[in-house]
Design a protein around this ligand. Sequence first.
Ligand SMILES: [Zn+2]
Length: 386
Amino acid sequence: MTDMAHNSKSPEGNVLIYSDKLANFDFGPAHPFKPVRAKQMMELLSRYSLVHDRNRQIVAPESIHEELLYLFHTREYIELLKKFQEGSFTIDMLNAGLGTDDNPVIRGIYDFCIDVAGGTHQGAMMLMNDRARTVFNPHGGFHHAGPGHAEGFCYINDLAVTIADLIRKGRRVAYIDTDVHYGNGVSDAFASSSDVLAISIHESGMTLYPWSGFQDNIGINGGVGYTVNIPVLQGSDDEVYLYAFESIVPPLMKAFRPDIVVAVIGADVHREDPLGHLNVTSNGYEKVVRIINDLSPKLLATGGGGYNVYKTAALWTLAWAAFCGLEPQDNFAGLIGGMMYGPEAHSGTLRDLPYVVSGDLKETCFDHAREVVDYLKRNVFPIHGI
Ligand SMILES: [Zn+2]
């Protein structure tokens, strides 16, 4: 926490954590995870006049203090990860999920991870100290990593580490994960705690990694009722997705009354994402982000997944505009197209046309969503006095 002197002291301020170095980090040509999407978002933010204002600051992430990692990770695992980043490989690394297709040996991966985690943690501290009302770290959101293993493109769980520190400092944290994948690493980390309300809405584990996160997983021991899973079926569109989200999330958030909300706003819910199978458009995504923003006294948002690079940049741009209470204005509207950013077909469009599913698929998705909502209203709402 240095170099903050130039930042707004106003708790109304919005802070964007950004680093070209992190955006340029390369997982390899065959790997779907492309950090460069954050850079494309920056280009869109500048095209739409959404940065560089007194209340919209860009802050570079700093490496996290290694000791903070141990609030969640094991020392053995972090030692392995350090050796792994130099390119050395041993069989115990494979047992820790390192050196797989999803989590390959990448030179410099540990340094990348501690900068990402540093950004997320730094954001949380800025919120705690009233230096910002909203912080967005598009580089963050590695919600699958476990205490002693890597999985699902995630090596260090920046979210679990940061939330553990907030809890230790006496804050009540609501975690809202709208990435298309279930946020298993974070949910598991706080499954027995009632200090963290961990809500994840995601494509059902019947059709998508990590093959879990069903509605009957509502936490364990003292944390029963504080883990909330909202699986939706593949094919679900904005209407189904919003129905499930709006039925569950606002009532629980109002009852829980968090000090800080930590969110993963993965763009892989989008219908053009190559890994997910939902039919959510920018319209559903934007609505959900706006609801989260409205429900949060202070908000730390992280990027999470998103494997269609242009769509991810566009959705995050809409999210940032929502956090700032702004409507994106295209500085280049009316100019000759094709010379700016992204595929020409997308030129000047951040938002999608409405898209709704109909027929049997719609009925099946809606029936399933109603079942999930009913289950949670019966089994989780009463624990919160709703
Ligand atoms: Zn994801």
